[in-house]
Design a protein around this ligand. Structure first.
Ligand code: ADE
Length: 258
């Protein structure tokens, strides 16, 4: 996969894209990431990338010419092969794991990091193929969102992570993860659940599944509606609900004198 990032702050990407899993994926040639400075494509004397808004108003707007020129340069470099041109903007579709998986199948993504108080509408309507937001909050620019997108997509590029990791993790299985522990077995009075050191693989599997279901029920019940649940899952959920109900009635002070 090839990813080209267009930004006015290329230095922000240096650390983020060279360490850990992304760095290794680049070294192995599984992904190729280029970062371009939009300012290098500005042709006026001061190499301006922003300007005042027509009609008046506060703030500066990202100019169209350097952004169009940067995208055209990248497309030419890719021998005119089509690419997804993604604009990072709080007005875009909120990023989720399905979108990440979909984008990971693309051969080429160009990511435009919006800046300033806005971007010229012509970038949005005639250059971008997708507009993506990473959540309902506004950041100072699209650079951090672009890093989030690249990180999430890289994990799905074949060869970057093991199949096993991808299948077992949250959102891929449709449920939240079960709790994990490592040594020491007891830490500040908090012990690892006995079942995990029992050596009984079937018991461990069931315990983990039940924990996943319980966590999802408590924190993200919406995910349960979409998950494909087995007969065993439904039985475990029944148990969880009954246990919760009996906990509640035990805690109810009104029952103390019954
Ligand atoms: N630019 C500023 N805020 C953003 C957000 N939440 N998502 C994507 N791009 C942005």
């Amino acid at each position: 996969m090839r990813i080209d990032i267009l930004t006015v702050f290329p230095e922000m990407f240096q650390e983020a894209l060279s360490g850990s899993i992304i760095g290794k994926a680049r070294e192995k040639g599984l992904i190729k990431i280029n970062v371009y400075n939009i300012r290098d494509f500005a042709t006026d004397k001061h190499r301006m990338t922003d300007d005042y808004p027509f009609g008046g108003g506060k703030g500066m707007i990202m100019k169209p010419e350097p952004v169009f020129a940067a995208v055209e340069h990248v497309l030419e470099d890719a021998k005119g092969k089509p690419a997804r041109v993604i604009l990072m903007t709080p007005q875009g579709k909120t990023l989720d794991q399905d979108t990440v998986r979909d984008l990971a199948e693309e051969e080429h993504m160009i990511i435009i990091c919006g800046r300033y108080e806005g971007i010229d509408e012509r970038i949005r309507c005639s250059l971008a193929t997708d507009e993506i937001s990473i959540g309902d909050y506004v950041l100072t620019g699209g650079e951090l969102p672009a890093m989030v997108l690249v990180d999430a997509v890289t994990r799905f590029v074949p060869g970057v992570l093991s199949e096993e990791t991808l299948i077992s993790e949250s959102f891929t299985s449709g449920l939240l993860d079960y709790p994990q522990y490592t040594r020491p077995r007891e830490f500040r009075g908090m012990a690892v659940p006995d079942v995990l050191v029992s050596g009984d693989h079937e018991k461990i599997r069931l315990w983990r599944r039940k924990q996943s279901l319980a966590r999802t029920l408590e924190r993200r019940p919406d995910l349960l509606d979409m998950a494909s649940l087995s007969e065993e899952d439904l039985k475990l959920l029944d148990e969880i609900k009954k246990e919760k109900f009996s906990d509640l009635t035990r805690e109810d002070p009104g029952n103390e004198h019954d």
